[in-house]
Design a protein around this ligand. Structure first.
Ligand SMILES: [Zn+2]
Length: 475
């Protein structure tokens, strides 16, 4: 610590001629004078295994009773891992205008805070970070919007702001604005605009992920950029899936996409995602934490009309279950879909994906799709382009269609009154594929729509109006 410290003294005194005490504060990373920061819209905390309300309250400078009242908890002992707790807002106000930022691999809080005119201590405090040096990819941070600046280098003992400004051809004033404190060895020197983070493992130049925490039953998207052409696989929960590359000629070289379907009944908590990146002559592994929250799911009890009770017999559904299950596992290499998906029908949602349900007093399960209230005969549209892989009447699912959209994405449509497509047929987004009905194991006219990612059932609505923060785009 001696060498960088003395270096700072020399730099700072030569540049500004300030007092030694102030320099010591800067170099030791001590908090700068307290700035009253804006109020978070709704700061939250994800309960971890072993947490108690008292321990959480102590960590965030509040008390258990306040947390209990704020979250309307009947019993302070009833918190569970994966539960989201509201925290009291910080004094002040105005953070509502701050914009969410989703942390990418290699991001450092200091490098994000400084272009926005904050110190890392202020950013950590306003975002209630327990450990500012441990940002998760996809973690949501609230920051004042500012021109993006990236870390250009980690300063060595001989670097000064002037020397680095000259080396990177920056106006000295701009260098001082982004780097208001004298450089210590190991400090981040920021440059406006471009430049990759020095923390990224070669050949990775960017790694973005859907916002965390991810509710179980949701899709997580990883978007990876590499300096040279590479391939990758992603391992989550013992399942390894290939990354996909856009194969059209205009796409960037070295951009890879991976999709993780988080099982709807997975125990909430932190899981590892391992990204294995392979180039012609080198392999690199990056392991990221993925925080899975419980999500909010309804409970439904369905009563079937007497004449359909027999459809609950597992023996009756065995044949179609095997057939549908194998088709949902498809992972076609060509992407046919565009993002975002559109709704397959115009109608209100009557039952959301993931609802825990039981039929009468029979077996319990969860709802593998989203149901819409629509009239018999209403048109059903393809929500995205794809190829029809099943189009036939089934015992439980009624008249049914499955569409393969490519890259491991398969959608299903059940209980139709009419099927307008045939197996092998290509459909475009918005094309009519059939009509709403009440066939099979159904309690009234409705459309059941489901979406599978690499054989895992996930919420289809997220593909209509979510996922954009991962940088998922098709143009
Ligand atoms: Zn349904």
């Amino acid at each position: 610590m001696i060498r960088p410290f003395s270096r700072c003294v020399v730099m700072f005194s030569s540049a500004v001629g300030c007092v030694l005490l102030l320099l010591m504060l800067f170099c030791a990373g001590a908090p700068s004078p307290q700035v009253v920061l804006a109020e978070s819209p709704s700061p939250t905390y994800l309960v971890q295994p072993g947490d108690t309300l008292t321990a959480i309250a102590a960590r965030f400078g509040t008390d258990a009773l306040t947390l209990q009242q704020l979250n309307a908890l009947q019993d302070p002992r009833s918190i569970y891992p994966g539960q989201t707790l509201l925290l009291p807002a910080l004094p002040g106000g105005g953070m509502r205008s701050w914009t969410p930022y989703y942390a990418a691999l290699g991001d450092a809080l200091d490098a994000l805070a400084r272009p926005a005119g904050l110190t890392w201590e202020e950013a950590a405090r306003s975002n209630r970070l327990l450990n500012p040096s441990l940002l998760r990819v996809g973690q949501t941070l609230y920051l004042p919007s500012a021109a993006p600046a990236r870390v250009i280098t980690v300063a060595s003992t001989d670097d000064t702001r002037l020397a680095l400004a000259l080396r990177y051809d920056l106006p000295y004033g701009a260098a001082l604005r982004l780097n208001p404190q004298p450089l210590c060895a190991g400090a981040l020197f920021l440059r406006p605009g471009g430049g990759a983070s020095p923390h990224l493992p070669y050949p990775v130049t960017a790694l973005n992920m859907t916002a965390q925490p991810v509710a179980r039953g949701q899709t997580t998207v990883l978007v990876l950029e590499t300096a040279i052409p590479a391939s990758c696989t992603v391992t989550f929960q013992d399942a390894t899936e290939s990354c996909y590359t856009p194969d059209d000629a205009h796409a960037d070289v070295g951009r890879l996409y991976a999709f993780i379907g988080v099982l709807p009944l997975l125990t909430p908590g932190a899981y590892d995602v391992t990204v294995h990146i392979q180039t012609q002559d080198r392999a690199t592994d990056v392991t990221l934490p993925l925080v899975v929250a419980s999500g909010r799911y309804d409970y439904e009890r369905l009563d079937l009309p007497a004449d359909r009770q027999s459809l609950l017999d597992p023996a009756l559904s065995q044949h179609e279950r095997v057939k549908v299950a194998s088709l949902r596992q498809l992972r076609s290499a060509e992407r046919l879909w565009e993002f975002p998906f559109r709704y397959p029908v115009q109608g209100a949602v009557t039952s959301y994906y993931g609802s825990r349900r039981s039929y009468g007093y029979g077996f319990g399960s969860y709802h593998e799709g989203t149901d819409f209230r629509v009239e018999i005969g209403d048109p059903v549209y393809a929500p995205a382009s794809g190829v029809v892989i099943l189009a036939e009447p089934l015992v439980v699912r009624g008249r049914a269609i499955l569409i393969d959209h490519g890259w491991g994405i398969v959608t299903g449509y059940w209980h139709l009154s009419r099927i307008d497509v045939a197996v092998g047929q290509s459909v475009a987004q918005g094309e009519i594929i059939g009509a709403v009905g009440n066939t099979g194991l159904s309690t009234g006219p409705h459309l059941h729509w489901e979406l599978w990612v690499n054989g895992v059932s996930v919420s289809p609505l997220q593909w209509v109006h979510g996922l954009a923060e991962a940088g998922l785009s098709t143009d």
